[in-house]
Design a protein around this ligand. Structure first.
Ligand code: DMJ
Length: 459
């Protein structure tokens, strides 16, 4: 009788009480995780503000702050307010209202593109054009759209080559051109911004020119579907046939996927599908159960090096956006292994030898960006924990008394006197997206450009 009662009690406990206890514990666990995430988001915001105040104190009205010497730096000898334009949407998203209002007013009343300087079409497009369009959409401030249209118009001569592939540099005042050898990333990372400008101004020329640039590079892919590192815009001939997903090619792939998502442009979808198939066939490299992407000859697919790096770490984000969850997860694990070798990621890494090749760390965002997309699209808190570890390392090694500094070496942790504007536009933003309520950003309507400026489909 007693035994029966005990077993009945045990059964009742297992059926009713234990699940409730587990439920209560997992609720408490989830509650703790949410509180931890909230604290992390607040910490990211505070660190952003620390770096921002350093910039504002020592370099306000200039392109960048040199964080160790505390001196301003302008890319083209005169300022185009790169850090201010690149940071504005992050200021807005973080709710730093006073700083955002001051910055917006400064940009709207001081920025002029009527300058006799040669600017790099790609950099000015992803930072300035992307930043202005994004902030126009966030604020409705028409002055920002006017600036974007003026800039877009001044950049248009860059596309006047025999092939339609843009020159690298254009003079903002005279429209004169320089740099006839370019690369797929610089030629193919313009359509999100120029396309959005078309949609918002009704001037189709922007979309047409930037799309043609992307298509003309794609048309010149090899028989096995790969592109090289350098191409001549006049002849359309490849100057360097090394193929990879790293700097110089990276965002060419990113924009094929994202332009499909923002504009529903079927040609971009087709290019993305074909490109990713070739990249996965010839550049992907299985080593000891891990997935990496290396370099190969664009004509033959022959492996030329086993180099991966901080810039390559954008690819899991694009893979997961394209629906390739498995490769995305595996490649992110490899990026994280690379990060942990030196306690922060190097610019270049030989994954065959598991050794650092180029030890610098210029405050890049790509690995955090991929962690964000994986978390956002898979809802797996592993990526938040990964982000938490990376954030602690990042603060520990890169924070200075008044800002943040790049590293000359992730092995020695010696700092470098450089703080590029993408620290504010991207690195802090992706950390914030990963931990804050923005983790729920509607990626069906919003596409982040390669500088992390959100562009919203309003058309
Ligand atoms: C940024 O300017 C952009 O993300 C670009 O596509 C690649 N490099 C930097 C950040 O590392």
């Amino acid at each position: 009788m007693l035994r029966l009662k005990l077993s009945t009690l045990l059964l009742a406990f297992l059926t009713f009480v234990a699940p409730l206890t587990t439920y209560a514990q997992s609720r408490r666990g989830r509650g703790r995780e949410a509180a931890n995430r909230g604290a992390l988001a607040a910490r990211v915001r505070a660190e952003f503000l620390h770096a921002w105040r350093g910039y504002a104190r020592h370099a306000w009205g200039h392109d960048e702050l040199r964080p160790l010497s505390k001196r301003p730096h302008d890319w083209y000898g005169e300022p185009l307010y790169m850090t201010q334009v690149d940071s504005l949407d992050t200021l807005i998203m973080m709710g730093l209202d006073a700083e955002a209002a001051r910055t917006r007013e400064f940009v709207a009343t001081h920025l002029s593109f009527d300058r006799d300087i040669y600017v790099q079409n790609f950099e000015i497009t992803i930072r300035h054009l992307g930043g202005l369009l994004s902030c126009y959409q966030l604020t409705g401030d028409r002055r920002l759209l006017n600036l974007a249209e003026d800039l877009g118009t001044r950049l248009l001569p860059a596309f006047d080559s025999k092939t339609g592939i843009p020159y690298r540099f254009v003079n903002l005042k005279t429209g004169k051109l320089r740099g006839e050898v370019t690369n797929p990333a610089e030629a193919g990372t313009l359509l999100l911004e120029f396309g959005t400008l078309s949609k918002l101004t009704g001037r189709e020329v922007f979309y047409e020119k930037a799309k043609r640039a992307l298509v003309e590079v794609f048309r010149r892919r090899s028989k096995i579907g790969l592109v090289g590192s350098q191409i001549n815009v006049e002849t359309g001939e490849w100057v360097d046939k090394d193929s990879h997903i790293s700097g110089g090619i990276d965002s060419y792939y990113e924009y094929q996927e994202k332009c499909w998502r923002l504009f529903y442009d079927e040609d971009c979808r087709t290019m993305a599908l074909e490109s990713f198939a070739a990249v996965n066939k010839y550049l992907a490299d299985e080593r000891g159960g891990a997935l990496w992407y290396g370099h190969a000859d664009m004509e033959t697919g022959r492996r030329t090096s086993t180099t991966y790096g901080a810039l390559d770490a954008f690819f899991p984000a694009v893979l997961v956006l394209s629906g390739d969850w498995s490769r995305a997860q595996r490649l992110q694990e490899s990026s994280f292994r690379m990060w942990n070798v030196g306690g922060i990621e190097p610019e270049e890494f030989d994954y065959a030898a598991m050794k650092v090749k180029a030890p610098g760390y210029p405050l890049r965002p790509e690995i955090v960006e991929s962690a964000y997309y994986l978390y956002r699209l898979q809802r797996d808190s592993r990526y938040q924990r990964m982000g938490e570890k990376m954030f602690h390392d990042f603060v520990k090694h890169c924070r200075t008394a008044e800002a943040y500094a790049s590293l000359k070496s992730v092995l020695t942790k010696e700092k470098a006197d450089e703080m590029q504007s993408f620290l504010f536009a991207e690195t802090f933003k992706y950390f914030y997206l990963l931990f804050s309520h923005y983790a729920k950003l509607d990626l069906h309507h919003v596409v982040l450009n390669t500088e992390a400026h959100p562009l919203r489909r309003t058309w």
